[in-house]
Design a protein around this ligand. Structure first.
Ligand SMILES: Nc1ncnc2c1ncn2[C@@H]1O[C@H](COP(=O)(O)OP(=O)(O)O)[C@@H](O)[C@H]1O
Ligand SMILES: [Mg+2]
Length: 245
């Protein structure tokens, strides 16, 4: 379930090429960022608070537009004219599930984009059931997301992000604020998915468990990028970025 669909590729799943982002007023948040994520690869994105991790995910999701540079998903350039298409290709699980869950029922929350797109009811119902089954919330369609625990909300947000089997899954601090049990359940779920992911997190254990490659951001730049095992054993680098202890 939720597997990558094809096995022969000429383009990376995600390409970020010379991307800079300035907030209105001129503050430079990202400066000439370039990296790629291959099909089926899980890549970590780490760096201290405020280094631009969330901003980068919003740029990829086409919620923000780069000031310079180019982002492509599976060879398709992300630009102002293809917002809907890109948003369907890239699922985003936001840091705070309340940002994503504004519906009165779990069904509506997970089905939101399909309802807006006018998909047939039978297809929606079947896809919602499948996504809820994947996050171990079978039968929760009629529950109110606002009355669920933080961990359950996170799982509903994940279900909403994967319900249409996006090519790429973007996760913003997926384990922030979760207790130990739900945290390991979530890590297992993500680990079981054969899907391309870019995971922004402070949780170095999660980065170590899930990702093969890690990009380190600081001061708007990529200051390190390499196999996760190498990045996580570079204690000087992690200490300098305030990522240890
Ligand atoms: N709307 C905004 N206007 C100006 N600066 C912002 C805005 N939102 C975030 N920032 C700044 O952008 C920088 C990057 O933020 P963010 O992408 O949230 O970092 P991270 O996710 O790594 O903690 C921070 O310095 C933050 O203060
Ligand atoms: Mg953030």
């Amino acid at each position: 379930m939720y597997l990558s669909r094809t096995r022969h590729y000429s383009k990376p799943m995600l390409s970020v090429d010379g991307v800079s982002y300035l907030f209105p007023g001129g503050k430079v948040i990202l400066d000439d960022i370039s990296f790629t994520v291959g099909h089926g690869e899980k890549v970590g994105l780490i760096g201290s608070v405020g280094c631009g991790k969330s901003t980068l995910l919003y740029l990829i999701k086409n919620f923000l537009t780069p000031s310079q540079g180019k982002i492509s998903i599976s060879g398709i350039e992300v630009n102002r004219s293809n917002k809907d298409k890109i948003r369907a290709m890239a699922g985003l699980v936001t840091q705070n599930p309340d940002d994503q869950l504004f519906s009165r029922s779990v069904y509506d929350a997970v089905a939101f984009e399909m309802i807006a797109a006018g998909k047939p009811k039978a297809e929606i119902t079947q896809k919602v059931a499948r996504a809820l089954g994947f996050v171990h919330l079978t039968g929760s369609e009629r529950r109110n997301p606002f009355k669920m625990s933080g961990g359950e909300k996170k799982k509903v947000a994940l279900a909403a992000s994967i319900v249409n089997d996006p090519l790429l899954l973007l996760l913003d601090e997926p384990t922030a604020g979760l207790d130990a049990g739900i945290r390991s359940e979530l890590i297992e779920l993500l680990d079981s998915m054969d899907k391309t992911m870019l995971i922004a997190s402070h949780d170095l254990e999660l980065i170590g468990q899930l990702t093969t490659h890690t990009v380190v951001l600081a001061g708007g730049y990529i200051i390190a990028s390499g196999p996760t095992s190498e990045i996580l054993s570079n204690h000087t680098l992690l200490l300098d970025q305030g990522l240890l202890g």
